[in-house]
Design a protein around this ligand. Structure first.
Ligand SMILES: O=C(O)CC1=CCC(=O)O1
Length: 96
């Protein structure tokens, strides 16, 4: 199942920079592991904001929830999830 997930990062302005850097490093490692595993299929920066648009390929809603709630930045993000299905005019296979 494919999902578009939009994540907007809102770190507290008073968070010490070393703590922020540590969380971001953990987030990077976590996301790269999932990208290598094929679960996190796309990761795009929204130009001009601390926000990304991602596409996840997961078994079900429960797996998506597990992945998202495990994000090190999860406590500091607004997250919007949209289920995706194949567009009838797409020339690509259903594999996104
Ligand atoms: O910087 C972001 O958009 C948050 C994020 C998600 C995966 C990652 O490595 O950073």
């Amino acid at each position: 199942m494919l999902f578009q997930v939009q994540m907007t990062v809102k770190l507290p302005t008073d968070m010490p920079s070393n703590q922020a850097a540590e969380i971001k490093a953990k987030e990077k490692a976590y996301s790269q592991e999932l990208q290598h595993a094929g679960k996190w299929r796309h990761l795009w920066r929204v130009a001009g904001s601390y926000e990304n648009v991602s596409v996840f390929d997961v078994e079900d809603n429960a797996e998506l929830q597990e992945i998202i709630s495990g994000l090190p930045l999860f406590p500091y993000m607004e997250i919007n999830v949209k289920p995706l299905c194949r567009h009838p005019s797409s020339v690509h296979d259903g594999d996104a």
